[in-house]
Design a protein around this ligand. Structure first.
Ligand SMILES: *[C@@H]1O[C@H](CO)[C@@H](O)[C@H](O)[C@H]1NC(C)=O
Ligand SMILES: *[C@@H]1O[C@H](CO)[C@@H](O)[C@H](O)[C@H]1NC(C)=O
Ligand SMILES: *[C@@H]1O[C@H](CO)[C@@H](O)[C@H](O)[C@H]1NC(C)=O
Ligand SMILES: *[C@@H]1O[C@H](CO)[C@@H](O)[C@H](O)[C@H]1NC(C)=O
Ligand SMILES: *[C@@H]1O[C@H](CO)[C@@H](O)[C@H](O)[C@H]1NC(C)=O
Ligand SMILES: *[C@@H]1O[C@H](CO)[C@@H](O)[C@H](O)[C@H]1NC(C)=O
Ligand SMILES: *[C@@H]1O[C@H](CO)[C@@H](O)[C@H](O)[C@H]1NC(C)=O
Length: 457
């Protein structure tokens, strides 16, 4: 891979050094940004040995890493005060927030990962960083964003295409759809474009590099833009939260009556903070003119786990909704409603929406090869006790046939003694469904348990 980058880098003399590390795990020598000196010392010794005579690391030295090595590269750069010309993250990424995020990284930083990366640098996670590049583009320009903070998804590559001959994620990677030669060529093109843009190279070389970045961005957008739209459904604002779409369905109204139901304030209220705050949220309703009804509903988002920034998901683990139930809506609007609509019906809608949003290429792969979704009837919180609903979870179980989803619901009709007229659901996020279609649905299942013990890097 390093040779491919060297070959593609023209107009400047690129010396490359690579440290050998115990167990192929640099993280042992660089577990945090403040304890990275064993790795940094080794790198310095290698640079010296190479005969490279640099003037100033801030102008002539780039740090790069792949996979967990990308984490080490990020630590080296941050631990040594960003005193480098740039950072290259392959199949990995920098911090999600703060000074070490793409948004605030003080030196140029490149991200490149495979369309079929099955680990934590999958398109669904890379989209988080891609969004920061897009935000930066708004306040700067496309050219500046693509020079200083490019985030690119490489078509057809998997995670291991960055390290030929070494299958990194033995058990759970997706399968590459390009030859090793093509993979290396794509990596070389992207990395060299970044180097050309951030070193003193002739104007024509820079122009060509920007063209390369822009061409790559077209594919990246195709992969990441659907995620940004899906993430919006988890956020407050005009597009979200997803519960605002669920409430009218849960109402079980006929099409004619549905027009008379409005969700007040333009959508369910997103309750931030821990779920304890959400526990205290209660729905409400007021009748409006001509037999209409305005309801207020609540939403909360359960964050995915992300221990030490190694989590593969950005999408919510579930979107929790507190809605007015069909019996209350029927009573208030004086119409017949269908009280049998389940949370699972909303999940079916989430899956259909995700499928319609992904690129045509991804959709075709999913339809032809991916394991699909299947839905169990809703589970119900014991005794319809609100706090037990809050503590419960949306469950997802991977099987050889499908991803089996069971929503947790709570129905308290108007004849109920406690908080009558409510319907609660823990729902599948369309962004999470999207990630299944793009990535995990394509993994070989059942996973080879004799290899499962192999460390995932
Ligand atoms: C790099 O270029 C050299 C010399 O042309 C060639 O032998 C080698 O195969 C190339 N390596 C890669 C990975 O492109
Ligand atoms: C970047 O830094 C600013 C100022 O400290 C902060 O408000 C913002 O949240 C940071 N961006 C990210 C993505 O963390
Ligand atoms: C982030 O960067 C700002 C500006 O350079 C600095 O003042 C601040 O101390 C940094 N924050 C952390 C947590 O390092
Ligand atoms: C419901 O809404 C009405 C009218 O806006 C308000 O007076 C009442 O306090 C609300 N009830 C609850 C439980 O929030
Ligand atoms: C409710 O609807 C029924 C049937 O359409 C009608 O007979 C009744 O008068 C209505 N009640 C009220 C309070 O509007
Ligand atoms: C009520 O909704 C359920 C769930 O969507 C559906 O299966 C059923 O057919 C509906 N019943 C009527 C009478 O529309
Ligand atoms: C599972 O992994 C072991 C160890 O690498 C290997 O010997 C075996 O053939 C694999 N089994 C399957 C079904 O791929």
């Amino acid at each position: 891979m390093l040779q491919a980058i060297q070959n593609a880098t023209t107009g400047l003399r690129l010396t490359v050094v690579m440290p050998a590390v115990f167990q192929k795990l640099c993280i042992i020598k660089c577990p945090t940004s403040s304890t990275c000196f064993p790795l940094k010392d080794q790198l310095d010794a290698l640079v010296k040995q190479s005969g490279f005579k640099g003037a100033n690391p801030k102008e002539d030295t780039f740090v790069a890493g792949h996979s967990l090595g990308a984490t080490c590269a990020n630590y080296v750069v941050q631990g040594y005060s960003y005193a480098f010309a740039g950072l290259m993250e392959f199949g990995g990424y920098v911090d999600m927030t703060g000074n070490g995020s793409v948004a605030n990284f003080s030196i140029p930083v490149l991200h490149m990962a495979g369309e079929l990366d099955g680990g934590a640098a999958r398109p669904g996670k890379l989209s988080w960083f891609y969004r920061q590049m897009r935000e930066y583009e708004k306040t700067h320009s496309t050219d500046v964003a693509l020079t200083r903070k490019p985030v690119q998804v490489l078509e057809g590559l998997d995670h291991s295409d960055f390290c030929p001959g070494f299958f990194v994620t033995k058990v759970k990677d997706c399968k590459s759809e390009v030859t090793q030669e093509v993979a290396l060529q794509r990596i070389g093109e992207g990395a060299s474009a970044f180097l050309h843009l951030n070193t003193p190279t002739p104007a024509t070389t820079k122009t060509a590099a920007l063209t390369t970045m822009k061409t790559m961005l077209e594919f990246t957008s195709e992969m990441c833009d659907p995620y940004l739209k899906a993430f919006e459904l988890e956020q407050s604002g005009s597009q979200g939260p997803w519960c605002s779409k669920a409430q009218p369905i849960i109402a079980g109204l006929s099409e004619k009556d549905l027009a008379k139901l409005t969700v007040s304030d333009g959508g369910c209220d997103l309750v931030l903070g821990d779920l304890h705050q959400f526990e205290h949220f209660h729905t409400n309703y007021t009748t409006t003119a001509e037999g209409g009804l305005s309801v207020s509903c609540g939403a909360a988002v359960e964050e995915p786990s992300n221990t030490l920034n190694t989590g593969s998901q950005v999408a919510a683990a579930s979107i929790d909704c507190k809605m007015v139930d069909a019996t209350r809506i029927g009573q208030q609007m004086n119409v017949t409603t269908n009280a049998s609509v389940e949370c699972a019906d909303i999940n079916r809608m989430a899956v259909a929406l995700a499928e319609s949003m992904i690129s045509e290429k991804s959709r075709k792969r999913y339809q032809e090869k991916g394991r699909k979704y299947c839905f169990k009837p809703d589970a119900h919180a014991f005794g319809n006790i609100g706090p037990l609903f809050i503590q419960g979870k949306l469950t997802s179980k991977e099987t050889a046939e499908c991803m089996e989803v069971t929503s947790l619901g709570l129905i308290s009709t108007i004849s109920s003694a406690i908080y009558p007229g409510n319907h609660y659901c823990k729902l599948l996020s369309p962004a999470l469904a999207m990630d299944w279609m793009m990535t995990d649905s394509h993994k070989p299942f059942p996973y080879n348990s004799s290899e499962a013990a192999t460390i995932m890097v």
